[in-house]
Design a protein around this ligand. Structure first.
Ligand SMILES: CC(C)(COP(=O)(O)OP(=O)(O)OC[C@H]1O[C@@H](n2cnc3c(N)ncnc32)[C@H](O)[C@@H]1O)[C@@H](O)C(=O)NCCC(=O)NCCS
Ligand SMILES: Nc1ncnc2c1ncn2[C@@H]1O[C@H](COP(=O)(O)OP(=O)(O)OP(=O)(O)O)[C@@H](O)[C@H]1O
Length: 551
């Protein structure tokens, strides 16, 4: 964690460090407290003692020169850290200039670049690069020449910088008076929704230093400054674990968006300070690579203001950088869920097994029914409870011959039995899809998939693939399995006709040849399914890119 947090956004020069002494620190010495707080700054205890003796520290607004002053807890402490004033060394380094004229420049800041020097970072900032590219900026006072607002080190996107002191003053006033329009894009955990269930809302909650963690900000009852943020969900991932949110801020508090979004329960992805719990949970539950969200996923997307010289309205929009886009595309990735259907004996299982051999995850409803029917399993237990031990006997699986006999006799029995079995199969199917979200294509052989109706089909699979073979061949295969004409007729009477089934299928595989022929069909089918997956993926990416505009 950096100490960038603790330098006040509104302070325009010098390193004024502020903190409230937590109650738990009562009895601590001032120098010890400061040394602990500023551990990462590299300021030693003796250097801090020197600063205190030189009158750079205040406690509750009064200068104190006593390093050993004992704190009571609750005081507000400030320290003025001398920065190497006026001797900014220009540094070479890339600047992504979006717009420039004589008065100002608009830049696209990469994530990871600190905006201006602070005691914790005295070189290698955006300002050092700026004074290299625009030497005239060195005429301005202080360590933050031209800086009129800032974005966090790990936030990417648009930042406006003044090139001369007059413009700096004008623009600073525009920011202070809230005349500058600032829109951000953030990837947040979950799907935010307002109390009225709307996909947009406003957060008005004061922000101040977190009394428990001095290096953080927080929504605070006491001592916070007014802060207002509006948000709108632009897109949510299919698993609803993440959303792209457009955020507009009307105030410019330190870490405002990160704190406010965490406050409503939807911290930014990758934000290990304000969303540590959700971040860890997301990594654990999805198995995602932490490198996918290497920073808080926040991008300063749009900036609109009036040019102080010309009065012209200027609006800029910058598409987010590669890491942001990569995470979004990852979140948007989907598996093509393929259902395989067809008449009994047409070759569904044979085709499915061929796809599985090619690495495609496979679900088989018939196999699942077999599992459910094993002694003590859910299907066995429910059937036994409803129909008796005659159907689900001790020491063995559900008696299929007995079940089939009763199904033959009574449509009522069949409906009831299906009412028990189908929800169990559906549940397993959903678990199967969930378990294979990393695959491009996954296949489920579900004989009765399309019979469930179009809506059910959409829920249970994205497309259906039908298998067909000539009637006589198919009947021959079923007879070989021991089914007689009556059984075939009976089971087929419970299903849709072949024509009805196939009319619901996006693809039909012909299985009138040999198993080798079918194997070749499997290759061609898989290529088409992968093509379909790629097409859908490209469509989703284009839809997402359209959300933030070209660039
Ligand atoms: C009817 C039963 C006893 C036949 O068992 P058997 O081992 O002989 O066959 P298997 O389970 O492999 O099914 C073979 C084929 O029959 C057809 N079929 C099976 N059950 C049904 C049904 N209820 N309605 C329509 N067709 C069915 C399917 O095309 C299936 O692929 C058995 O399938 C059963 O208990 N079915 C009820 C549960 C169910 O609806 N299963 C369908 C799959 S979700
Ligand atoms: N092209 C083929 N040539 C030879 N035998 C085949 C061919 N296709 C499938 N078979 C065989 O026919 C039988 C029925 O095929 P399969 O089990 O794949 O059908 P299914 O559609 O899954 O049937 P069900 O609806 O009953 O589950 C199997 O023994 C299988 O090996």
């Amino acid at each position: 964690m950096t100490h960038e947090a603790i330098f006040d956004e509104s302070a325009t020069s010098g390193g004024v460090w502020n903190a409230v002494v937590p109650e738990g620190m009562a009895g601590e010495r001032l120098d010890v407290f400061l040394a602990g707080e500023l551990r990462e700054s590299g300021l030693s205890r003796s250097k801090l003692q020197g600063l205190i003796k030189a009158g750079k520290a205040t406690v509750d607004g009064c200068v104190t020169t006593k390093p050993r002053l004992v704190l009571e807890g609750g005081e507000s402490v400030s320290l003025l850290v001398d920065l190497p004033g006026g001797d900014l060394t220009p540094e070479e380094g890339d600047l992504d200039v979006v717009y420039e004229d004589e008065s100002l420049v608009v830049l696209n800041k990469p994530a990871g670049l600190t905006v201006h020097p602070a005691p914790t970072q005295t070189e290698n900032t955006l300002v050092h690069r700026l004074v290299h590219h625009y030497p005239g900026m060195l005429d301005m006072e202080g360590e933050r020449p031209g800086i009129v607002h800032r974005i966090d080190k790990d936030t990417s996107g648009l930042i406006l910088v003044a090139l001369d002191e007059g413009t700096r003053l004008d623009l600073s006033e525009d920011f202070a008076e809230r005349r500058v329009e600032k829109h951000y894009l953030a990837v947040v955990h979950g799907v935010p929704c307002s109390t009225s269930r709307a996909s947009h809302g406003e957060i008005e909650a004061p922000i101040g230093r977190d009394p428990r963690h001095k290096t953080r900000m927080a929504v605070t009852e006491k001592g916070g400054r007014e802060a207002r943020t509006a948000w709108e969900v632009l897109w949510s991932s299919p698993d609803r674990r993440a959303s792209l949110v457009r955020v507009r801020i009307f105030t410019g508090r330190t870490h405002q968006i990160r704190v406010h979004m965490a406050h409503i329960g939807h911290p930014l992805m990758g934000d290990e300070v304000y969303g540590a719990r959700q971040h860890k949970q997301w990594l654990r539950e999805t198995g995602c690579d932490p490198a996918l969200a290497p920073r808080q996923m926040l991008h300063a997307w749009r900036l609109g203001f009036e040019h102080p010289e010309t009065g012209e309205r200027l609006d800029f929009m910058q598409a987010p950088p590669e890491d942001f886009r990569r995470l979004m595309f990852h979140l948007a990735r989907t598996t093509l869920r393929v259902g395989i259907v067809g008449m009994p004996g047409c070759g569904k299982s044979a085709l499915s097994a061929m796809l599985e051999r090619r690495g495609v995850p496979l679900f088989s409803a018939d196999a699942v029914v077999r599992e459910l029917y094993a002694e003590g399993e859910d299907g066995w237990v429910l059937i036994r409870r409803r129909f008796g031990a005659e159907f689900a006997p001790d020491g063995g699986p559900v008696n299929k011959a007995r079940v089939l006999a009763s199904m033959r006799e009574s449509a009522e029995f069949r409906k009831e039995l299906e009412g028990i079995v189908h929800p169990l199969v559906d549940h397993r199917l959903n678990a199967f899809w969930d378990a294979h979200t990393g695959a491009t294509v996954a296949v489920a052989e579900v004989p009765l998939l399309v019979e469930g109706g179009a809506d059910v089909q959409n829920e249970q699979a994205d497309i259906a693939v039908g298998v067909r073979c000539p009637e006589d061949v198919r009947r021959g295969r079923l007879m070989a399995r021991g089914w007689d004409d009556a059984t075939i007729a009976l089971i087929e009477s419970w299903q849709w006709s072949e024509a009805d089934k196939l009319s619901r299928c996006a693809e039909v595989v012909d299985n009138s040849g040999t198993l080798d022929d079918l194997d070749r069909e499997a290759d061609a089918l898989l290529a088409r399914l992968e093509g379909e997956h790629a097409r859908r993926e490209a469509e989703v990416r284009a839809r997402i890119a359209a959300l933030w505009g070209a660039g």
